[in-house]
Design a protein around this ligand. Sequence first.
Ligand SMILES: Nc1ncnc2c1ncn2[C@@H]1O[C@H](COP(=O)(O)OP(=O)(O)OP(=O)(O)O)[C@@H](O)[C@H]1O
Length: 303
Amino acid sequence: MAQGVLEVDRISKRYGEVVALRDMAFEVRAGELFGFVGSNGAGKTTTMRIALGVLAADSGEVRWNGAPITLETRRRIGYMPEERGLYPKMKVLEQLVYLAELHGVTTNDAHRSAENWIARLGLRDRRGDEVQKLSLGNQQRVQLAAALVHEPDVLVLDEPFSGLDPVAVDVMSQVLREKASAGVPVVFSSHQLDLVERLCDRVGIVRSGSMVACGTVDELRAGGAVQLVVDAPAAQPGWAADVPGVRVVEVEGTRTVLDLAPGADDQAVLHAALATGPVHEFTRRRPSLTELFRSVVTEERVA
Ligand SMILES: Nc1ncnc2c1ncn2[C@@H]1O[C@H](COP(=O)(O)OP(=O)(O)OP(=O)(O)O)[C@@H](O)[C@H]1O
């Protein structure tokens, strides 16, 4: 039996004519922070709702520890929905205690845990305020506390970082890292790819309802095209256009970033650059997660 693993096994889902998910598959292991990325409408929220059991898949299965998700397992998942689901008129502490109790925590433990997360997430001064009176960022901190207050075995978070200030981003990152280190599988969606790249053990890129790339950031980058960064201050636009197997990705001031097709000759690029004048930098590198993501999304638009 797969212990401490959340498995999403070829789930499909249609909304009428719209195919939201097509054989979506991945797993999140104990102790792992998994970043779930994809363009708007790619299917992230639908996947998370199905994983939590609030939405049924047309086919496929989500398993926790090798068994299909049941009502009982659902209680052990900490979920942060995209449309934040707090009671606006309820006070912060009261609300967290209530939510913990709903998950089966005793009143004493619920108080202890709620106070702990309130302190940890910088909400001490706000614990007696109605949620609706908090700023959006603080409401989001409460939402994270709500996902954590019953000390869940799995964390599924839909865009937990959106709208947070940099300090709150750091606190959120630390909490997620700690939870993962304590053996909790953590999956979260985000459009902040630099953050995902920095934070996650593995990343899944979703396109049109399916997983199109999945692995560590290094594995994904190793699968991307080799890039060259060339700083040739005297070069005119189009200086590399005649070199076979080369595509200009972007121009940053005097630096040009180029994709090299397999088998393309980097020395031919160097010759073309030297023909324009001095060359101050000539570096091979792999694409960043953001660049990989862009190329996946571009393929989506072309397809
Ligand atoms: N209740 C619904 N009724 C009809 N279509 C829906 C419904 N919910 C989602 N969809 C469609 O399913 C597809 C996947 O949507 P989903 O919300 O899962 O994407 P997402 O990756 O979370 O997007 P975003 O990054 O914008 O939050 C989209 O085409 C969306 O329009």
